[in-house]
Design a protein around this ligand. Structure first.
Ligand SMILES: Cc1cc2nc3c(=O)[nH]c(=O)nc-3n(C[C@H](O)[C@H](O)[C@H](O)COP(=O)(O)OP(=O)(O)OC[C@H]3O[C@@H](n4cnc5c(N)ncnc54)[C@H](O)[C@@H]3O)c2cc1C
Length: 265
């Protein structure tokens, strides 16, 4: 059977077309989906849903913006952790087609931008014909039924210490792929805040853990690092119960967490 490709002029048009054509799937650059749906409509190239607008405290990114569009605003205008994550995805050819929305909305396995965006406290906006919903990416489980992602609001923050690492093969996504993001700020001799995020077979972020880190005396001692590592393991295992994750990926996450806190000794 032939494929039906629908086109929209702008965001409102896109939402209307989706609502009037049941069974139509929204896509970005189609670099992640395994096969083209029978009926689909793309955000790619729709100006009003692909814009990147820099404000004083945050950047609004349309989901149809490509990874290259976002990278092209420049290293000095992006949080370092986000810049590094964007730069290691696939290759420049794929980044010219792949959208930011597709990277976030891909179901099941969480892709490379997910952990940095959780650490940065990004907010997602979803719309259908009648309603706009916003949700913190830290709580995001999937695109609500009948809605599409219409904006990603990324705070422009650069922590004193920020660490991004990929787990698994470079420039591609496999079952072993994950991303790790860590941000920390200090004040005099204590920790002001910590943001720690993991995303791969599932996403991990713990507010309880972060709250337990606030105000810790610096420099950290080896005994502190051991205690923190045990706390992270405990919190991570709670999220990982019933989830498929290899011991190697899990161990790499714990090692990276330990390494990050060792930078504060
Ligand atoms: C060779 C190669 C290497 C790659 N390497 C990496 C890598 O290193 N890291 C990485 O993260 N990814 C990688 N990818 C995967 C992919 O290219 C990117 O993650 C990309 O950002 C996906 O965007 P897309 O626009 O192509 O998504 P699509 O394939 O078009 O869509 C993906 C999913 O998102 C949904 N979606 C898209 N937009 C919206 C929206 N606005 N609202 C609701 N749902 C939406 C679609 O329905 C679909 O389920 C690689 C891909 C290839 C082919």
């Amino acid at each position: 059977m032939g494929k039906t490709i629908l086109y929209a002029r702008n965001e409102t048009d896109l939402i209307k077309i989706l609502s009037n054509n049941p069974g139509t799937q929204i896509v970005g650059g189609c670099t992640r989906i395994e096969s083209l749906p029978d009926k689909f409509i793309s955000t790619h190239g729709i100006k009003s849903i692909s814009q990147i607008v820099r404000h004083e405290l945050y950047i609004d990114v349309g989901p149809g913006a490509t990874l290259s569009d976002l990278l092209n605003i420049g290293q000095t205008h992006l949080p370092q952790i986000l810049y590094e994550a964007l730069n290691c995805i696939a290759n420049p050819f794929i980044r010219n087609i792949a959208t930011v929305g597709g990277n976030i909305c891909t179901p099941e396995h969480k892709l490379t931008l997910f952990a940095p965006l959780m650490a940065l406290d990004a907010r997602l906006e979803f719309k259908n014909l009648d309603e706009t919903r916003t949700e913190n990416i830290r709580n995001f489980k999937g695109v609500p039924d009948g809605f599409i992602l219409t904006n990603i609001r990324i705070p422009i923050v650069d922590a004193e210490l920020s660490i991004f690492r990929r787990i698994g093969s470079e420039h591609t996504i496999t079952q072993q792929s994950a991303s790790f993001a860590f941000m920390a700020d200090t004040e005099k001799n204590s920790l002001l805040n910590v943001h720690l995020a993991f995303a791969g077979p599932f996403a991990f972020y713990s507010k309880e853990f972060e709250n337990a880190m606030i105000g810790r005396r610096l420099p950290l001692q080896q005994s502190d690092i051991n205690e923190i590592e045990n706390l992270v393991i405990e919190e991570f295992q709670k999220t990982a119960t019933d989830k498929m994750i290899s011991d190697v990926v899990k161990q790499q996450f714990f090692n990276l967490t330990r390494y990050s806190f060792e930078q504060l000794t």
